[in-house]
Design a protein around this ligand. Structure first.
Ligand SMILES: Cc1cc2nc3c(=O)[nH]c(=O)nc-3n(C[C@H](O)[C@H](O)[C@H](O)COP(=O)(O)OP(=O)(O)OC[C@H]3O[C@@H](n4cnc5c(N)ncnc54)[C@H](O)[C@@H]3O)c2cc1C
Length: 373
């Protein structure tokens, strides 16, 4: 057993944990990230990377974190290009959300007034002809589409890697280890216990373990009801021009990603516990949904299938902030389908709380105490 004094230990090397190390490093606070596998080896490395700004879905409890996330993503696109050699492939990318029936059109139009009032976005309702003029390969039965300019996308693995590289240059440490519990003294955290018996001492701990944060319920004496929601994505080699607009229909999407020139399309929402295996049922479901949106993909070749787990909460709001049952402990999880979008905002809020005791992000809706002990 060894014990070192660390200011902050962050558990989890996904986008949330790594971005926390990045913002702490910029505030002059050293941290150690402890990751069980490798950084971005779960959802943060295999997400679609769409940064919709939350606009297509309309108002929701996470909107403040989404809006702040979008602001920070634009800031990071500039700062990480100077701080590292990693190209995170952030780019502005309009979104075209299709309605294939009048009922779907009515549902998509219901928040139009709110959507058009959001600064930084241009939102229009297009009829089928206007939508096809933008992307002629969309489903011929498209009756209309929500067209959003101001959305963007990024390559999530590269983003997490760039944040880690920049944080390490400023003194952060990323190391391997599986955290199995916390140590405390008089109601204050004093360290994290690793599998194998090592204890890493710390003054603050940030739990950023994605869906695995549920394990922390026992460590904290607090209900952390985050659960995994599995999602799968296919990468296809398609003929013709790249899909430069992110095309959506229902909960499905498709675009050509610059990282590999392939069309990434998905997705599924599966309650499968912590199983991260790829399935033929999901493959068939995604192909069917993709062909419904973009029939021209019929001749595409399947190159890669990926599967990973989103952290979701019972009320779909983040679990973010100080842990009331243990001084010095913070939790940051629950990004769900938009955890790449919100990751930097979640991370900056926690880093600001540690560095200054306050954050500009309103945290009431994300209170870790709201599910009880
Ligand atoms: C198919 C799919 C598509 C998606 N597309 C998008 C998208 O387009 N836009 C968007 O914004 N979001 C998207 N998401 C959501 C996004 O990927 C997640 O919300 C986000 O990556 C969660 O990040 P995280 O850092 O909280 O958790 P994770 O990425 O899960 O990281 C948690 C880390 O903690 C580690 N860990 C767990 N337990 C321990 C332990 N005991 N000790 C040490 N380490 C531990 C894990 O190994 C893991 O690396 C998508 C998700 C899926 C599944």
């Amino acid at each position: 057993m060894s014990s070192n004094a660390h200011d902050v230990v962050i558990v989890g090397g996904g986008i949330t944990g790594i971005a926390t190390a990045y913002y702490l490093a910029h505030a002059g606070i050293p941290s150690t990230v402890i990751e069980r596998d490798a950084i971005a080896s779960h959802a943060s490395g295999f997400a679609y990377g769409g940064l919709s700004g939350g606009i297509p879905n309309g108002p929701q409890p996470n909107f403040p974190a989404i809006a702040e996330g979008m602001r920070l993503h634009r800031e990071l696109a500039a700062s990480l290009a100077e701080e590292t050699d990693v190209d995170i492939q952030f780019q502005d990318r309009p979104t075209l959300k299709l309605a294939l029936s009048d009922t779907e059109a009515a549902a998509l139009r219901q928040h139009l007034t709110w959507q058009q009032a959001q600064p930084g976005y241009t939102v229009q309702w297009l009829d089928g002809t206007a939508a096809r003029a933008l992307e002629p390969r969309i489903a011929p039965e498209t009756v209309g589409a929500l067209y959003v300019e101001g959305s963007a996308d990024v390559e999530p693995y590269r983003l997490t890697l760039a944040l880690a590289t920049a944080a390490e240059k400023l003194g952060a440490v990323v190391r391997t280890g599986t955290v199995v519990g916390l140590r405390q003294d008089g109601g204050r955290v004093t360290g994290v216990a690793l599998e194998g018996g090592e204890v890493v001492g710390c003054e603050h701990v940030v739990l950023a373990m994605g869906p695995w944060c549920a394990q922390a319920s026992a460590w904290l004496g607090l209900d952390v009801p985050v659960r995994p929601l599995k999602g799968q994505i296919l990468r296809l080699r398609a003929s013709g021009e790249p899909y430069r607009i992110s095309i959506g229909h229902g909960s499905n999407y498709a675009m050509t990603k610059p990282a590999d020139g392939l069309v990434w399309t998905g997705t599924t929402e599966e309650d499968a516990g912590f199983d991260e295996s790829k399935t033929t049922a999901a493959r068939d479901h995604i192909i069917e949904a993709a062909l419904r949106m973009l029939p021209a993909l019929a001749d595409a070749e399947l190159v890669l299938q990926t599967a990973c787990l989103r952290p979701v909460t019972p009320d779909n709001a983040l679990i973010l902030g100080r842990v009331p049952t243990l001084e010095g402990a913070y939790i940051a999880t629950g990004g769900g389908r938009q955890g790449i979008m919100m990751g930097p905002a979640m991370a900056k809020a926690v880093a600001d709380l540690i560095a200054t005791g306050a954050t500009d992000l309103p945290l009431d809706a994300y209170d870790p105490a709201r599910f009880g002990t």
